[in-house]
Design a protein around this ligand. Structure first.
Ligand SMILES: C[S@@+](CC[C@H](N)C(=O)[O-])C[C@H]1O[C@@H](n2cnc3c(N)ncnc32)[C@H](O)[C@@H]1O
Length: 260
């Protein structure tokens, strides 16, 4: 059973004010990378895990010419917003379904047993406790050759306990703003973390990069691509500035075999 923090009205209202929520997926700074890695999905049946307000579903149909997208999420508030934002013309191609990814099955959604040609997920898997089970269910619902592309908060963001992730001045520095460090502790101590993000007490799951990768390999996926994406906007110090550190872990895997 998940915390389902997105159905907390205070959290939901604060989340709606974020730049990402206002701009939608095409405004995400990492979108060009995700778009490139997704490849050609024209005619695909796609599953979007933790679809939120359904931004990806609509872009996938309208701009990337997917045949059909199923967007699943546990949050009723997020799905209601997704439905409001989906115009009538798109409704025959986009299906939103309330589902807890901790114990989800994807092989019979709406009575359809057809498998998926691509699976997509942005910033969701770090909320999932039973990740191996989720990856197994995803593997089972994919066609051979299909791609699963997902992102999570980089583990350096979820690792440290009792301190919200941020750069801090190097203790010995004397006011030189370039001398900053990222506090990192408890990295190998995987499991639940409670953070104060938008509201107090948001539960996420910390795991190492190795665990993400080894879990995918154990389930049977083939690793295709990884990136430790970081923003190059000027307030991060640019490409080689002091804050040029990883923000998002991007992983693309495929189900071995030829695409049907
Ligand atoms: C950061 S939002 C990302 C939404 C969307 N992928 C996007 O990029 O706009 C995380 C989403 O994951 C969903 N989520 C978290 N835990 C979940 C779970 N156990 N089952 C289904 N959805 C979950 C939340 O409800 C929320 O909509």
């Amino acid at each position: 059973m998940t915390q389902n923090i997105y159905d907390n009205k205070e959290f939901f209202d604060e989340y709606a004010k974020l730049e990402r929520s206002i701009k939608g997926i095409e405004g995400y700074r990492e979108w060009p990378l995700l778009r490139e890695q997704l490849g050609n999905v024209s005619g695909h049946r796609i599953l979007d895990l933790g679809t939120g307000c359904g931004y990806f579903c609509r872009v996938a149909v309208e701009k990337l010419h997917a045949k059909e997208v199923v967007g699943v999420d546990v949050s009723e508030l997020m799905l209601n917003r997704a439905r409001e934002l989906t115009n009538t013309e798109l409704q025959s191609k986009i299906h939103y379904q309330q589902m807890d990814l901790e114990n989800a099955q994807f092989n019979n959604i709406n009575g359809r047993s057809e498998k998926f040609d691509s699976v997509f997920s942005v910033f969701v898997c770090h909320y999932i406790k039973n990740l191996e089970t989720l990856f197994t269910r995803v593997f089972e619902c994919m066609n051979s050759g299909a791609v699963f592309l997902f992102t999570v908060e980089h583990p350096i963001y979820t690792s440290t306990r009792d301190l919200d992730p941020d750069w801090i001045p190097l203790p010995s520095s004397t006011g030189d703003s370039n001398k900053i460090i990222w506090p990192l502790s408890n990295y190998n101590d995987e499991g639940e973390r409670v953070s104060n993000w938008l509201v107090n007490g948001v539960i996420k799951q910390h795991r190492t990069i190795a665990t993400y990768v080894n879990t995918l390999i154990k389930v049977g996926f083939r690793i295709e691509f990884m990136d430790e994406w970081f923003s190059i906007k000027s307030d991060m110090g640019g490409d080689n500035g002091p804050k040029a550190g990883p923000k998002i872990l991007v992983i693309k895997v495929s189900k071995p075999g030829n695409h049907a």
